[in-house]
Design a protein around this ligand. Structure first.
Ligand code: 1GP
Length: 257
């Protein structure tokens, strides 16, 4: 299996220091496929590096939406499945993820086992990713039976991140939950994990402003994910605000090279 998307990410990190990923939730209750596609196109124009597709509460089949988004943009599309219903063969790659601080084995390896044969048959590139939930965790933590890390306990995340690295995960995702308050995952989590773990940190959940994103990169995150911001602003301002956020992220990233 070629590592096209993984190599793209690694190259970007080497040359630009940090990446911006846009998360789209193709949930028909939230928005139409046309709107999701429009946001993806505007995000690409604004300079985002990849489109992640997924959500914790997906209603219906996502194949058509994934197909439409992948056809509409040149940057990679990466599945971010909240359950087996989030799997599709139409994306460029898939985060094959495990919610390591769940209390329910279904979210650690059960869903993955149910999906594995289909994923292999779809011949989609997979990127093994440890998924760690930090408070408040929001819907993803509720659905995923997570024992969320308290926001003042970064060492708990570090323990899990180091275990993830030793188990062979390629990325570690620090997640505060979509729509979380507080400007994203606390800096101490990002800096503690990125200082001691050798796998790149990807983080999301509440990063809404250029300042939040710069803070995340300066703390050591390699990839910052924004979802809610895109849903709220990108169509309205045709991506102007996102462009500024991505430029700010890239400037902060360059300082790390
Ligand atoms: C959610 O981390 C992502 O899984 C993005 O969070 O929607 O708060 O940007 P936001």
């Amino acid at each position: 299996m070629p590592r096209k998307v993984w190599n793209y990410i690694m190259e970007k990190l080497e040359n630009e220091g940090a990446c911006h990923f846009s998360l789209l939730d193709p949930d028909p209750i939230k928005m139409t496929t046309d709107t999701v596609v429009e946001i993806a196109e505007l995000a690409e124009k604004a300079g985002t590096d990849a489109i992640m597709i997924g959500g914790s509460t997906i209603f219906g089949m996502i194949d058509d939406a994934v197909d439409s988004i992948t056809r509409a943009v040149d940057i990679p599309t990466i599945l971010f499945p909240g359950n087996i219903s989030g799997v599709s063969g139409k994306a460029d790659a898939m985060f094959f993820m495990s919610l390591l601080n769940s209390t329910n084995p279904y979210w650690i390896v059960g869903a993955q086992a149910l999906a594995a044969a289909g994923v292999k048959m779809a011949e989609i590139e997979t990127i093994p990713m440890a998924y760690l939930m930090v408070a408040p965790g929001k819907t993803a933590a509720w659905v995923g039976d997570a024992k969320v890390f308290p926001r003042d306990k970064p060492k708990l995340a570090l323990m899990y991140a180091l275990a993830a690295e030793l188990m062979g995960f390629k990325l570690v995702y620090l997640e505060a939950g979509s729509g979380a308050d507080g400007g994203g995952v606390p800096s101490e989590f990002i800096s503690t994990v990125s200082q001691f773990a050798d796998i790149p940190v990807i983080t999301g959940g509440g990063f809404n402003t250029a300042e939040d994103v710069i803070r995340g990169v300066e703390a050591g995150a390699s990839i910052i994910v924004q979802g809610t911001y895109l849903e709220k602003h990108v169509v309205k301002d045709q991506g102007k605000g996102l462009e500024k956020i991505v430029s700010a992220l890239k400037r902060a990233g360059k300082k790390r090279i």
